[in-house]
Design a protein around this ligand. Structure first.
Ligand SMILES: [Zn+2]
Length: 389
């Protein structure tokens, strides 16, 4: 933090946040014009181009395969092109075993998270993380799950940069490795970055975002005040695309991670998911092929986990973490041979990207970090799956 940042108002607000342990209301932001520009891009942009290049250009990205590695290299180049800072790949502490993937592909490449920043102008050492998993599973090309989330993250970064926004805190974009192999990337990130965990205000995860419109997030009552502006900003972006804050007692409410299958969440084509199915407690379907991970060089037999996504690794660490909920009639094709480019609806994807961008900027500009008192605890066997070990 520079001397310039320590003006009287900043000191007063920081003291108020610390003493009251209460989130202050959203301050008047200097990014109003940028937010308007982003909202105007909710109808057209480049999200579907990113999806095309990832899904049709590279294809399926099973953790540890050559295609997965190529996707990582591609993502690094895109973040550089967008003009983000601190663009790099991080070798994950947790690595998949060298056993062939479900489709027989060789896993001989290390999995890496792709990380890039827009540096905060006032509180650069505090973070709002926007993430999605880069890998895929199953016989399809991983368009819905989770090429759409990756494309949305990339387009969100581009929209924020193009808007000229000057976020108060650093917005960190992370494309996580090996989510389908038991959250290898997000769990590695949390394990390897204990120093910054207290400075992560919030994490927002997009797992699927191109079929049914982003419709809201779950927040605890103690967090709601500062998030209220977010609700209106996103809901007003596009007619017919609503956005609602769903109040819960704790962010981990209903979250349960069960171990016993590869791939997180449901598999195969299935009926449209109810809005709540996007939360960590979503139904789980077992798929074959156990996997091993090696935390810190020590091989650990890890049973397969499902029912959640990368935000669960942050919730487990006590960080306010949110999944973008989606609502609509479109059936889910993830983990199946149908999960290809044509199942993603471009206008839904572009809206999701703009919603992510508005969320990132709005939360970055909050007076205080997001309230942590009602993050809750993940139930089930998450602990037993190796996180923190
Ligand atoms: Zn997914």
């Amino acid at each position: 933090m520079t001397k310039k940042m320590l003006n009287g108002k900043t000191v007063a607000v920081l003291l108020a946040c610390a003493i009251l342990q209460q989130p202050a209301p959203l301050r008047a932001t200097g990014n109003a014009e940028a937010l308007e520009k982003i909202a105007a891009s909710s109808k057209s942009g480049r999200a579907v181009e990113y999806l095309d290049r990832l899904v049709n250009g590279i294809g399926a990205r099973h953790a540890g395969t050559a295609a997965d590695y190529a996707a990582c290299e591609w993502a690094l180049a895109q973040f550089e092109n967008i003009g983000l800072r601190n663009v790099h790949a991080e070798l994950c502490a947790f690595q998949p075993s060298f056993a062939p993937s479900d489709t027989g592909e060789t896993r001989n490449k290390p999995v890496r998270n792709v990380v890039a920043d827009i540096i905060g102008v006032e509180l650069p050492d505090e973070y709002v993380i926007i993430g999605a998993h880069l890998d895929s599973t199953g016989p399809g090309r991983g368009a819905e799950d989770n090429g759409s989330g990756v494309a949305a993250v990339m387009e969100a970064a581009r929209l924020i940069m193009k808007s000229g926004a000057k976020p108060r805190r650093t917005i960190r974009f992370i494309l996580f490795a090996g989510e389908e192999a038991m959250l290898l990337g997000s769990r590695s990130y949390v394990m390897d970055h204990g120093d910054i965990l207290p400075k992560i205000s919030a994490m927002f995860n997009m797992d699927e975002g191109g079929r049914n419109p982003v419709s809201g997030i779950k927040v605890a009552a103690s967090m709601k005040g500062p998030f209220s502006a977010l609700e209106g900003r996103i809901a007003s972006m596009k007619p017919g695309f609503d956005f609602t804050l769903h109040l819960v007692d704790s962010l981990s409410q209903g979250a349960r991670v069960e171990c016993g299958g590869t791939g997180t969440g449901k598999s195969g084509s299935s009926p449209a998911q109810p809005e709540e199915a996007s939360n960590p407690g979503g139904p789980a379907v077992e798929s074959p092929s156990p996997i091993q991970a090696q935390p810190g060089g020590m091989t650990l037999e890890i049973r397969k986990c499902f029912g959640t996504s990368d935000h669960a690794a942050f919730l487990e660490a006590g960080i306010p973490a949110f999944m973008f909920l989606q609502k609509g009639p479109e059936p889910y094709h993830g983990h199946s041979g149908n999960d290809n480019f044509d199942v993603v609806i471009p206008e839904v994807l572009q809206h999701a990207a703009a919603a992510m961008a508005v969320t990132a900027l709005t939360v970055s500009d909050m007076d205080c970090m997001v309230d942590r008192r009602n993050v809750g605890t993940i139930s089930g066997e998450f602990e037993g799956c190796g996180i923190g070990k």
